[in-house]
Design a protein around this ligand. Structure first.
Ligand SMILES: *Cc1c(COP(=O)(O)O)cnc(C)c1O
Length: 371
C-alpha cells in the first residue's frame, strides 16, 4: 500500500515520553494517568472530576452504560451504521442494542427511526458522531428529555469537534472517546469518559479497577488499597502510565498539528468532489468538525469500480461500516433503507495528518476519472 487509509502519527517525543516511564520502572496506572486526565479536562474546559481515562473506547462505552444503570432487560437505541464496538458495549451490560436507521445526508442517527423503536424498556440513546460530525445534537437531547432517556455519546470519531461553541465532551450527559491507534489522538489504545454527572465519573473511577473503592487516588500516588471494599461489578479497564505518556504528547500536538491538517485535507477533498456529479458528500460543518475519516457516497453503482481502481493504484480504502443489523449476533427486523443504501454507496478514502499534497491530489484524480 503506497497511501495508507489511516495511521498513527508519532514522533521522537512520544518515544522519549514512553522511555521516561520505562526508566521509572512503574508501568501501571499512576501519576502519568493523573496528569493526562488533568490535561484532558483542561483542554475540554471541565473539572478533573468530570473525566476518567480507561483502556479502550469500547470499555469507556461499557462503563458509561453501567454507571448510568443500564443492564439486563433494558434497551438502548443506536444507529446500525457504527463500529461493532458500540453494539458490543451495550450487549456487554446485558441490555439490548436496538438498531436504528440513519439519515442519508449525514449518516447520523435518524430520530424518526429511533422514535419508532421506543418501548417501555428503552433507557438510553447512543448517538454516534460518525466521521466527527454531530449533526443536530440538540435534537437528540430534546428527544432524550422527552422520553426520559440517558444519552451516551459515542464520540470515538469526534475528539476536538465543536458543537454550539463548546467542544464535544465539554457538554452533554455522558460522552465517550477512543484513543486507539488511528483516532484523532492516540494513547496506543485508550479511552475517555466525560460527564457532567459526578456520580457517573466516581462510579467509573472505581469500576475501571475491579470496583475497588477509592483505588484510583491510591494508584495516582503509586500506592494501592490493601484493605478495601467493593460495592458493585468492576472490570480491569484502567489506563496505564505508558499509554498516558503517549496520549499526553499527542494532546499537545493536536491543536497545532493534527487538527489543522485533518481539516485542511477534508476541505480540499470537499472543494474537489463538490462539482463531481457521481460523488455526494456527507453534510459537514467543516470549520467546527475535526474529521476522523473521510467517507464519500459514490452514486450510479460505481462504488466497487472506484474502490478497485484506488486499491490497484496502491491507495488504502475502507468501508465504515458493515451495518450491525447484518451481523449474525445483532440481526434485526427493523427497517434500514438509508443504512442499506449507504452500505452500497459509501467508500472511505485516506485521511490522516501524514498525507502529502500530492497524495490527496492523486486520490482525487483517480476518482475524477470515473465521472
Ligand atoms: C474506535 C471506535 C470505538 C471503540 O474504540 P476502541 O478504542 O477501538 O475500543 C467505538 N465506536 C466507534 C464508532 C469507533 O470508531
Amino acid at each position: 500500500m503506497i497511501i495508507r487509509l489511516s495511521k498513527s502519527v508519532l514522533s521522537g517525543q512520544e518515544v522519549e515520553a514512553v522511555q521516561a516511564v520505562l526508566e521509572k520502572e512503574f508501568l501501571g496506572m499512576g501519576p502519568e494517568v493523573m496528569a493526562f486526565e488533568k490535561e484532558l479536562a483542561s483542554y475540554l474546559d471541565l473539572p478533573t472530576t468530570a473525566v476518567s481515562c480507561v483502556n479502550t473506547g469500547t470499555s469507556a462505552l461499557h462503563l458509561a452504560l453501567q454507571a448510568a444503570g443500564i443492564g439486563a432487560g433494558d434497551e438502548v437505541l443506536v444507529p446500525s451504521l457504527t463500529y461493532v464496538a458500540s453494539f458490543q458495549a451495550i450487549s456487554a451490560t446485558g441490555a439490548k442494542p436496538i438498531a436504528c436507521d440513519v439519515n442519508l445526508d449525514d449518516a447520523l442517527l435518524d430520530l424518526h427511526s429511533a422514535k419508532q423503536y421506543l418501548s417501555s424498556k428503552t433507557k438510553a440513546i447512543m448517538p454516534v458522531h460518525y466521521a466527527g460530525h454531530v449533526g443536530n445534537l440538540n435534537a437528540v437531547y430534546e428527544f432524550a428529555q422527552e422520553h426520559q432517556l440517558r444519552v451516551i455519546e459515542d464520540a470515538a470519531h469526534a475528539f476536538g469537534s465543536v458543537y454550539a461553541d463548546k467542544k464535544i465532551g465539554a457538554q452533554g450527559d455522558i460522552v465517550c472517546f477512543s484513543f486507539d491507534g488511528i483516532k484523532n489522538i492516540t494513547s496506543g489504545e485508550g479511552g475517555l469518559v466525560c460527564s457532567s454527572d459526578p456520580q457517573i465519573i466516581s462510579h467509573i473511577a472505581d469500576a475501571r479497577l475491579l470496583g475497588v473503592a477509592g483505588d484510583s487516588m491510591q494508584r495516582y500516588k503509586k500506592e494501592r488499597s490493601w484493605d478495601f471494599e467493593v460495592y458493585h461489578q468492576g472490570w480491569r479497564y484502567h489506563m496505564s502510565d505508558i499509554m498516558a505518556a503517549i496520549g499526553r504528547v499527542q494532546l499537545q500536538r493536536f491543536e497545532k498539528e493534527f487538527k489543522p491538517r485533518r481539516q485542511e485535507i477534508a476541505i480540499y477533498y470537499r472543494s474537489k468532489f463538490e462539482s463531481m456529479p457521481h460523488i455526494r458528500l456527507l453534510n459537514s460543518d467543516v470549520n467546527s468538525v475535526v474529521p476522523h475519516i473521510f467517507p464519500i457516497r459514490i452514486l450510479n453503482n460505481k462504488r466497487d469500480t472506484i474502490q478497485h481502481a484506488l486499491q490497484a493504484a496502491g491507495v488504502g480504502v475502507g468501508l465504515h461500516y458493515k451495518p450491525n443489523h447484518r451481523l449474525n449476533f445483532y440481526q434485526s427486523d427493523n427497517a434500514f433503507p438509508n443504512t442499506e443504501r449507504l452500505y452500497q454507496e459509501l467508500l472511505t478514502i485516506p485521511l490522516h495528518p501524514d498525507l502529502s499534497a500530492s497524495d490527496v491530489e492523486h486520490i482525487v484524480d483517480i476518482i475524477k476519472n470515473y465521472n
